[in-house]
Ligand binder design. Structure first.
Ligand code: SF4
Length: 200
């Protein structure tokens, strides 16, 4: 796929989460333009509540403990190289010279959710690396409803490679309109809003 074919196509971290749930979501949403009538599976509750909570529960001393020297909030970035765009809650400048994404989740820290949050953090890290051309080797997720528990994620080169492959797959489905494989987890089809139009 050459660059001109993919021009104008930018993937968001939420789309990647949808893709991980079932690749066909991307086909229905981006190729047939059929929106989900239900809440997206990984839509994150943001907005006023979480912003207020994070101010109250996550004061600067928490960031200091992480080695944070300064931060930028609500930073929108887009990467032509990776066809990725998104807004990260905070970018931390750490005292070892690296940058790190910090994402707030208005949720409790639970085992099952962690994988998707891990992927989101890797995607934000890619965006930061490409935008600022600085090293990003770890990220943070703050679980507001678990007393602002801060989870650290260490990134490996293989994590970035995995994320880049996912992005390419999503761009290809969107651009070429091919019908992807379904999720291997058939139980997800039971309450899926596309089940009546999805070939089994
Ligand atoms: S019905 Fe199943 S395979 Fe089809 S889009 Fe929904 S989850 Fe994916």
């Amino acid at each position: 796929m050459n660059v001109s074919e993919t021009q104008g196509i930018y993937v968001t971290p939420s789309e990647v989460m949808e893709y991980l749930y079932c690749p066909r979501f991307i086909y229905f949403m981006n190729c047939l333009n059929i929106d989900q009538y239900e809440e997206q599976h990984y839509k994150v509750l943001k907005g006023r509540t979480v912003h207020e909570e994070r101010r109250r529960n996550n004061p600067d001393y928490v960031r200091k403990k992480l080695g944070c020297e300064s931060k930028a909030s609500d930073v929108y970035m887009s990467s032509e190289k990776y066809r990725l765009k998104g807004k990260v809650d905070e970018i931390l400048q750490l005292n070892d010279g690296t940058l790190a994404p910090l994402d707030y989740k208005y949720a409790e820290c639970k085992e099952g959710m962690y994988r998707t949050h891990w992927y989101q953090s890797v995607l934000y890290a890619l965006l930061i690396k490409d935008t600022y051309q600085q090293e990003v080797n770890r990220g943070y997720v703050c679980y507001v409803r678990s007393k602002s528990l801060m989870k650290e994620i260490e990134f490996k080169e293989s994590d970035f490679i995995k994320a880049i492959i996912l992005l390419k797959e999503i761009v290809q489905i969107t651009q070429r309109g091919f019908f992807p494989k379904r999720t291997p987890y058939r139980v997800r089809c039971l309450d899926c809003c596309y089940r009546n139009i999805c070939v089994r």
